[in-house]
Design a protein around this ligand. Structure first.
Ligand code: FES
Length: 85
């Protein structure tokens, strides 16, 4: 699915590349650095705040996240989203 990821701080609008398997890969493709460790939904270190839109997970992640937070290493945007970054 085509989608645009907007970064709230810079206002940058990033296209999701066709081969991106998750939001973390989309950010990396655009040289946007975020913290991460496990890249598979366990540690929670990649968590970000989702400001607009929705994401979906292939598998429900094990890491604890609060309402409004997402784990970019294991989710994909459902359409356009905005994240706090
Ligand atoms: S990097 Fe560990 S949960 Fe995303």
């Amino acid at each position: 699915m085509k989608s645009i990821v907007t970064l709230s701080t810079s206002g940058a609008r990033l296209n999701r590349p066709a081969n991106s398997r998750n939001l973390l890969e989309t950010l990396e493709y655009h040289q946007v650095q975020i913290e991460y460790q496990c890249r598979s939904g366990y540690c929670g270190s990649c968590r970000l705040r989702l400001l607009k839109g929705e994401v979906c997970y292939q598998q429900q992640p094990l890491a604890f996240i609060q309402a409004g937070e997402i784990l970019p290493c294991c989710c994909q945007p459902k359409g356009d989203i905005e994240i706090e970054l």
